[in-house]
Design a protein around this ligand. Structure first.
Ligand code: HEM
Length: 396
């Protein structure tokens, strides 16, 4: 994997793997939003656009005819024909056929039924970790919540978490190293292929068994489609939630006033979580242009790729007052951390549950903590953002 050349001009040569972007993309996006506002790079595919204003991102997200989701990202060396992971890479009408079948598994009532299990898992983790003086809130705590929860819902062993995180790391760097990404996808397909066979022989009350019985127009999913649906379910909920949870805890480690308010009054946590989702939104995704179109003053051509950097839209001052400030009791907060339009996050109820329980439980066990002196906070690189190391000292 080669090291990317330094970026000299973010408006014509941006790179989501550049160290400055990985460490702190907000000033870059702020500058582009006011000066550009749709940036471009030739580093990936045959060129990728980067809209940074809420208005442009929202227009694109709602226009599924001109902006197709049938593309799974960017790579160096050109657009590659790649497998689609339903429903995120499907356009209408096929998209809704799959999404409709998954929705019942992620509706508020069904998700709330998971609360005691998520609570038990977070309690156990927090109880063990708070016996120590120094803990890494990203790698010791936040990383272990979403992987275990989605494993329970899918009906696969939560103890396979390390394997899931290894695959996710390979996908994050997949734009730069397609071989590594393809090996990870191959391993994931084989993993789910084996589980599908087990469930066919011995059904259980889990998402995999449920999907085996689904029929669309009288036809069941073939094994390959099932594997791809399950791969998406596994990866869509892990680093996304881990990223927001880790960034929220990092904020609380650095901002004692907010931490003390949430400890004193945990009923503020749900509102604070909406603000953390907005301010630390973790997910950017991709679209492919299907016909020539003019947007935000630029002409896009058929076949161009667009990076949907929802986190930049979440800090657009046209949409949010004091957009760069974290205001845990913010009243008007119509953020797009979960996207917009037909692909809006299917797991948003689950993500909110995990964030609520994860933060509430940590604060109950460790009301006082701070970043260790000279802490080296590191971040995931690529399209999904979040801290990978947040070393804190617990004040007992
Ligand atoms: C804080 C955590 C999360 C964030 C910020 C997030 C963000 C997003 C965003 C921005 C999209 C829109 C994609 C697009 O427009 O192309 C999306 C879609 C999706 N998310 Fe999430 N997500 C999170 C957690 C989860 C969880 C926990 C799950 C489930 C296990 C999940 C499953 C999905 C699925 C299946 C889609 C595709 C929906 C469709 O195409 O109809 N996400 N997510």
């Amino acid at each position: 994997m080669s090291t990317p050349a330094p970026v000299e001009d973010w408006s014509t040569d941006w790179d989501h793997h550049a160290p400055e972007w990985v460490a702190d993309p907000w000033p870059i996006w702020d500058e582009l939003r006011t000066g550009c506002p749709i940036a471009h790079t030739d580093r990936y595919n045959e060129g990728v656009w980067l809209p940074t204003r809420h208005e442009d991102l929202s227009t694109i997200a709602h226009d599924t005819t001109v902006f197709s989701s049938g593309h799974s990202g960017a790579t160096i060396g050109g657009t590659k024909q790649r497998a689609k992971f339903p429903p995120i890479h499907l356009d209408p009408p096929e998209h809704m056929d799959v999404r409709r079948e998954l929705l019942p598994f992620f509706n508020p009532k069904r998700v709330m039924a998971w609360e005691p299990v998520v609570e038990e898992h977070c309690e156990k983790l927090a109880r063990e970790l708070t016996k120590r003086d120094v803990v890494d809130l990203a790698s010791d705590y936040a990383a272990h919540i979403p992987a275990a929860v989605i494993a329970m819902i899918l009906g696969i062993p939560p103890s396979d978490g390390d394997r899931f995180r290894k695959w996710i790391h390979a996908l994050e760097l997949g734009d730069l190293d397609t071989d590594m990404r393809d090996v990870a996808l191959g391993e994931m397909s084989a993993y789910f292929g084996a589980v599908i066979n087990e469930r066919r022989a011995d059904p259980r009350d889990d998402l995999i068994s449920y999907l085996l019985d689904i029929e669309i127009d009288g036809e069941r999913f073939d094994d390959e489609t099932l594997q791809r649906i399950l791969i998406l379910q596994l990866i869509a909920g892990i680093d996304t939630t881990w990223g927001v949870l880790g960034a929220s805890l990092l904020h609380l480690a650095k901002t004692s006033a907010d931490r003390e308010r949430l400890v004193a009054d945990p009923s503020l946590i749900p509102n604070a979580i909406e603000e953390f989702l907005r301010a630390f939104a973790s997910v950017s995704l991709w679209r492919t242009v299907t016909e020539p179109v003019e947007i935000g003053g630029v002409e896009m051509a058929e076949g161009d790729t667009v990076m949907m950097v929802f986190p930049a839209a979440c800090r657009d001052p046209e949409m949010f007052e004091d957009a760069d400030k974290v205001i845990i009791d913010r009243e008007r907060n119509r953020h797009v951390a979960f996207g917009a339009g037909i692909h809006r996050c299917l797991g948003s109820n689950l993500a909110r549950l995990e964030l609520n329980v994860g933060i509430r439980t940590w604060l109950a066990h460790a009301p006082d903590f701070e970043l260790v002196a000279d802490a080296n906070v590191t971040w995931a690189e690529g399209a999904i953002r979040g801290p990978r190391s947040v070393p804190v000292r617990i004040i007992h």
